[in-house]
Design a protein around this ligand. Structure first.
Ligand SMILES: *Cc1c(COP(=O)(O)O)cnc(C)c1O
Ligand code: SF4
Length: 449
């Protein structure tokens, strides 16, 4: 057997060589080839050997999370691509079809391309987003891929080689200049892709200058990552694992908090010994691990599973942070859970765990106006309603004001909800429209809610 900590990548070109694939029917493998042309697909030996339960494949949730599934494409998209592969179309034709289909899948939800890119002295700062007052997102150019791809991922345009859709910046100097000009920002969130795909040397080239710059308002450096779940050897056996942990420790020694935002989708991801050891080593550096997860049909739409996941996280010293609603992009028709059902799952899971797990907030939609939490259903003024509130808002003044939508059992996203009590619009909509008007480029993607 190969050594488990030696990285081996699987993609469309070699997944059939996996011994575990032999037992699966040919249709399943063909589906992977069809759907994998449109939605990005990449796995590694840790995910394949230690996270997927092959006895339960193809229904196993970790299998579904890793390998593209037929129903992730709409039937007409699937048929179009399947027909091309069956008649042996050339790669140019296949690529053109893939691009056409992708553009129909709302590749930039929540106005990511244009609304949130900050400016400094009139220049657009690509590779950054600034939406909520306290926190700037930073997309280091070398961190725009992942150890394996989650099949639901809304970052998928970044992985499929459409470079003009990428967010990237290697310019930490501009980040520092922006932070100097914007003292309201306390948090820098490194995100991607996965910033921990980078070598420690590269990551340090971003983080050390931030620590060295005299930024009295910078308090928290966050790293959003899936590496803990998909490649825990990043913190154990990789050549520069110890250097990475030393970098984490440096952040704390320089008086800043390192917030490790770990992404988990299923309690099984917390079981491998390597993951547990990695968690222990990260915590020893003084970093705090917070966890976040999207709610996904076919993967984790079950309250027992969430209660189990939060409990295991707290057992290991991690802090449950967010439950997200699946975004309106890519294969949302496959993964989406209606908002009412999402709230029921959240509530049933929350009821089963002690207060130590109840640091988690959700279910939350990262929509254009902000992070909107579904607080529940109730009756008011003779009408059945959904109660909502902003956890984060483009305007901080919107945060934590309860507001109401007409009850709708089928809605899966904010743009499908209508205001309750016969009102014409939600309380924030005038201001939001004004914001769009002031951001010229927003005209191009008005449909993004
Ligand atoms: C979620 C999010 C943040 C961070 O929000 P917190 O509630 O502080 O964790 C920052 N920027 C964007 C665009 C986000 O979606
Ligand atoms: S790790 Fe995150 S960014 Fe990477 S594929 Fe999964 S959800 Fe997307």
């Amino acid at each position: 057997m190969q050594e488990p900590h030696k990285y081996k990548a699987y993609s469309l070109s070699n997944f059939r060589s996996l011994p575990q694939m032999a037992a699966l029917p040919e249709e399943i493998k063909f589906d992977i080839e069809v759907v994998g042309r449109v939605l990005p697909f990449k796995a590694n030996n840790f995910v394949v050997d230690q996270l997927i339960d092959w006895e339960r494949a193809p229904d196993d949730p970790m299998f579904v999370l890793t390998f593209p599934q037929r129903d992730m494409l709409l039937p007409h998209h699937y048929e179009e691509m399947a027909a091309l592969l069956k008649r042996g179309a050339d790669s140019e034709e296949i690529k053109a079809a893939a691009t056409r289909i992708r553009l129909q899948l709302n590749p930039h939800p929540a106005g990511q391309t244009s609304h949130n890119i900050p400016t400094l002295e009139g220049e657009y700062l690509d590779g950054m987003q600034h939406k909520y007052r306290e926190t700037v997102l930073f997309f280091p150019s070398q961190g725009q891929t992942c150890h394996a791809y989650c099949s639901f991922c809304f970052r998928w345009p970044q992985f499929v080689g459409q470079t003009e859709l990428k967010f990237a910046s290697r310019e930490v100097d501009r980040l520092i200049a922006y932070l100097e000009a914007n003292p309201q920002v306390t948090d820098v969130l490194f995100t991607g892709g996965d910033p921990l795909i980078m070598s420690t040397r590269h990551l340090a080239q971003y983080i050390d200058p931030l620590l060295d710059a005299k930024l009295p308002n910078l308090r928290h450096i966050r790293i959003g990552t899936k590496a803990l779940s998909y490649w825990p050897y990043r913190f154990l056996r990789d050549d520069d694992a110890d250097d990475m942990l030393a970098l984490f420790r440096r952040v704390g020694e320089r008086g800043r908090h390192l917030a490790f935002m770990a992404h988990f989708n299923h309690p099984r991801e917390l079981a491998p010994q390597a993951v547990r050891e990695a968690i222990a080593r990260i915590r020893e550096t003084g970093a705090v691990i917070r966890t976040q997860s999207p709610l996904l049909r076919h993967i984790n739409d079950d309250p027992t599973l969430w209660a189990d996941m939060w409990n295991r996280q707290v057992d290991l010293g991690c802090i449950p942070y967010y439950m997200f609603v699946a975004r309106n992009t890519g294969a949302q028709h496959y993964f989406g859970v209606p908002l009412v059902r999402a709230w029921e799952i959240f509530r049933e899971a929350y009821q089963r765990v002690s207060g130590l797990c109840r640091t988690v907030r959700g279910p939350s939609m990262s929509a254009n106006p902000g992070k909107v939490q579904i607080l529940g259903t109730s009756e008011a003024m003779g009408e059945k309603v959904l109660q909502l509130r902003f956890i984060q808002g483009r305007n901080p003044d919107w945060v934590h004001r309860p507001f109401f939508a007409k009850y709708d059992e089928r809605a899966t996203w904010l743009n499908e909800l209508k205001p309750a009590f016969g009102e014409k619009q939600f309380f924030y909509e005038n201001e939001l429209e004004q914001f769009y008007r002031e951001n010229i480029e927003a005209v191009h993607d008005e449909d993004y809610e």
